[in-house]
Design a protein around this ligand. Structure first.
Ligand SMILES: *Cc1c(COP(=O)(O)O)cnc(C)c1O
Length: 385
């Protein structure tokens, strides 16, 4: 990777072709892809409905700027708000930008500055979202962070209750901590976040950049916890690989984000909107989502049964098709080994194996993955002893 900043620890592998749940490297080797671009390719690679929508849009208009009306933006916004508790959408290009918008709207709306986030969270790499992220290793070397972020232990209602007060602008929380190790938020904890925000006039922001767009078997993962956030941020799965992000907010925030207050040159770009519209039209369908739930439950069951006698497996957790296996040691070698056997998975933190198959995965493919994982973990466990 000459002439490219070495900001990523890349594998010695280039994907040159992809279709559905399969990808192919430069040597023609086939892989079952349980990374899906890190929860991006929820309909698999190059889904035909999205490809067709993009091809059609390519022949109409690529970009005009937000000086103009956009019926495509309205259509995508309606799909997002009809399927969530939100009423208004701000379009941007990434998860970090969606969270930036959320942080800005929270401060402007409440005229307060303190924002509560959680340890091991991940909210992005821009200055504000890095500051929101509760992980020291992500802050190191960048000097003074944006002020007034407070990092509390995740799933700890008592600590939250103690820290909450009139000076808080927002609580920002992942429904399942993805990058931080696939830790699901307890429903009672997430409900507590909402109650305390109501009580103290703070905004309740859920970061659904990884968990949203059908990943957990609901359009948005917050639905499982029966909560009603003021702001929902999405990105990863929204455009099937076409870069697009969105902040969805309740109606009362419309006065805060008024003309000239916030913006993005590319936000709501027609190609991105065509990709997003085709993607969520397919995913926000009760039959599709039901199917994701069933496959997620099946995957979790198969893993729980298949790995139950391997002592080095510390936990298996997650929801829908966002699952993690906590290993007793570093998980990097396991991931490398699985790759040589044709299965792509990634880590979440140092010792969690994260599984993010495309939502169109079949039970047969889940079986293949479970068997491979079992074989590799049995071998590794034997080597540890
Ligand atoms: C990936 C991720 C982000 C950052 O998204 P980018 O598109 O990389 O900026 C933010 N929050 C969560 C929960 C994520 O998983």
């Amino acid at each position: 990777m000459e002439a490219v900043f070495p900001t990523y620890a890349r594998w010695e592998l280039e994907i040159v072709k992809a279709e559905g749940t399969k990808v192919y490297d430069q040597n023609g080797k086939e892989y079952l892809d349980f990374i899906a671009g890190i929860a991006v390719c929820n309909l698999g690679h190059r889904p035909q409905v999205v490809q067709k929508a993009l091809e059609e849009q390519l022949n109409k208009v690529w970009h005009v700027s937000n000086l103009f009306q956009s019926s495509l933006q309205v259509e995508v916004a309606k799909l997002l708000t009809d399927n969530s508790v939100g009423d208004l959408v701000f379009f941007c290009n990434s998860g970090a930008e969606a969270n930036e918008a959320a942080i800005k709207v929270a401060r402007k709306h409440t005229q307060k500055s303190k924002i509560i986030t959680f340890k091991q969270s991940f909210h992005g790499r821009t200055f504000a979202t890095m500051s929101a992220t509760g992980q020291e290793k992500i802050h190191t070397g960048f000097g003074p962070l944006l002020e007034e972020f407070v990092y509390l232990p995740y799933n700890d209602e008592n600590e939250l209750e103690k820290a909450m007060g009139d000076d808080v602008a927002a609580i920002m929380v992942e429904v399942i901590q993805g990058e931080g190790g696939v830790h699901p938020g307890e429903y009672i904890f997430l409900q507590k976040c909402e109650q305390l925000c109501k009580k103290y006039g703070a905004l309740f922001i859920v970061d659904e950049v990884q968990t949203g767009i059908g990943r957990t078997g609901k359009a948005f993962a917050y639905e499982h916890a029966e909560i009603s956030p003021d702001v929902i941020t999405v990105a990863k799965g929204l455009g099937s690989g076409f870069p697009v992000g969105a902040m969805i907010g309740k109606k009362f925030l419309g006065e805060t984000f008024s003309a000239g207050v916030h913006g993005s040159t590319f936000g709501g770009n027609p190609l991105a909107m065509a990709a997003a519209k085709a993607t969520i039209t397919e995913i926000f369908n009760s039959k599709f989502l039901q199917d994701v739930q069933e496959k997620g439950d099946y995957f979790l069951d198969q893993l729980t049964n298949g790995l139950k006698n391997i002592g080095n497996v510390r936990a298996i957790r997650g929801k829908g098709l966002l699952l993690g296996i906590e290993w007793s040691e570093g998980a990097t070698e396991i991931i490398t080994e699985l790759r040589t056997h044709g299965l792509l998975v990634l880590t979440a933190g140092p010792n969690v194996i994260r599984l993010l198959p495309p939502l169109i995965v079949t039970k047969e493919e889940i079986d293949i993955a479970v068997n491979l994982i079992k074989d590799v973990l049995l071998k590794k466990a034997a080597a540890i002893k």
